[in-house]
Design a binder for this molecule. Structure first.
Ligand SMILES: [Zn+2]
Ligand SMILES: [Zn+2]
Length: 321
């Protein structure tokens, strides 16, 4: 029997494929075309693997929150454009972008994603929020693609995308956006050696999503996320790290970095329990490309501390409130 990719993803998300039974208890489902009428705010995990290495399987970090048909892209790892299209989000519809920090796995496709929207008809401003460095990165991106952009503006009568994309450096924790529909609050959290790194809280008319990715174990995040409907949190599976480091070339200090700067599967459960969130979504898996680590293995240690529903995220999985 031959199954197309979407069918496989749907089966996987329903727990119909061995190793994904965790999902059936977590009310998770894959992205599907939006039916007519208003839908509740929803979060789609676009890419769920931590790190910048590109491979088959999970894509690199990227998400989209959709509120009243407006997409808020959260992290822009390699593959974000393709995953948005697969999730039925038109690139020119993207209105807001949030990046947690400037590690490449979170920002490498930011410029190209906005470019993709522009090439497909973007005609409204896009606001992009990230720690200090985002404004300079945006300027450098347009410099890198200046040849093409200048030609197309003249040749195809397109608006100047450099004026449409408004990058905003976030310096401190606090509210960064309140458009009357969604309020977004940034919260600085350590990700050694990086200090300019934010978790985000999205308060929508339907409920609250908190996204913490990347971060070392930080109990202060529990306070920030207190009572959220959904906590989307990164995680690292320590027994899998040694195997991964052995596979990757030039990775002498990689393990050290990973352990210091991320949150173990057990500590994610502690944060979710302390925060009393209604649902925990584990994502940004490190290692995210080891098929021997099952959903049950990802969730087992978190379950020791958190008794609510746990979703082991997969690409294109949709998280409803
Ligand atoms: Zn990362
Ligand atoms: Zn990082």
């Amino acid at each position: 029997m031959t199954l197309d990719r979407r069918t496989l993803l749907q089966l996987s998300a329903m727990g119909a494929i061995a190793g994904s039974s965790m999902l059936s208890t977590a009310q998770a489902q894959t992205a599907a075309p939006a039916p007519a009428g208003k839908r509740k705010a929803r979060w789609i995990c676009l890419g769920t693997k931590g790190g910048p290495r590109v491979g088959l399987g999970r894509s690199n970090p990227a998400n989209v929150l959709i509120v009243d048909d407006v997409p808020y892209v959260v992290d822009c790892g390699p593959g974000v454009s393709k995953r948005l299209v697969e999730a039925k989000v038109a690139l020119p519809d993207v209105r807001y972008v949030f990046v947690t920090h400037l590690h490449s796995d979170h920002v490498l496709e930011y410029g190209n994603m906005v470019y993709g929207g522009w090439s497909a008809g973007l005609n409204h401003p896009v606001e992009a929020f990230a720690p200090i460095g985002m404004e300079a990165l945006t300027k450098a991106y347009w410099e890198s693609i200046k040849f093409d952009v200048d030609i197309r503006i003249a040749d195809e009568s397109k608006p100047d995308p450099r004026k449409l994309l408004v990058a905003k450096d976030i310096k401190d924790s606090g509210i960064v956006l309140d458009n009357g529909k969604v309020k977004v609050t940034a919260f600085k959290t350590p990700h050694p050696p990086i200090t300019e790194n934010f978790a985000y809280k999205f308060e929508t008319p339907d409920g609250v999503f908190v996204y913490a990715c990347d971060t070392s174990f930080n109990p202060a995040l529990a306070k920030f996320a207190e009572g959220a409907d959904v906590l989307i949190h990164e995680t690292i599976y320590v027994p899998g790290v040694d195997k991964m480091v052995a596979r990757v070339k030039n990775a002498a200090t990689l393990k050290e970095h990973l352990i210091a700067s991320h949150t173990t599967t057990e500590d994610v459960g502690k944060i979710a329990a302390m925060a009393k969130v209604k649902k925990l979504v584990m994502t940004h898996f490190v290692p995210g490309d080891d098929p021997t680590i099952t959903d049950e293995m990802w969730a087992a240690d978190a379950k020791k501390h958190y008794s609510g529903p746990i979703v082991v995220a997969k690409d294109l999985m949709e998280i409803e409130l």
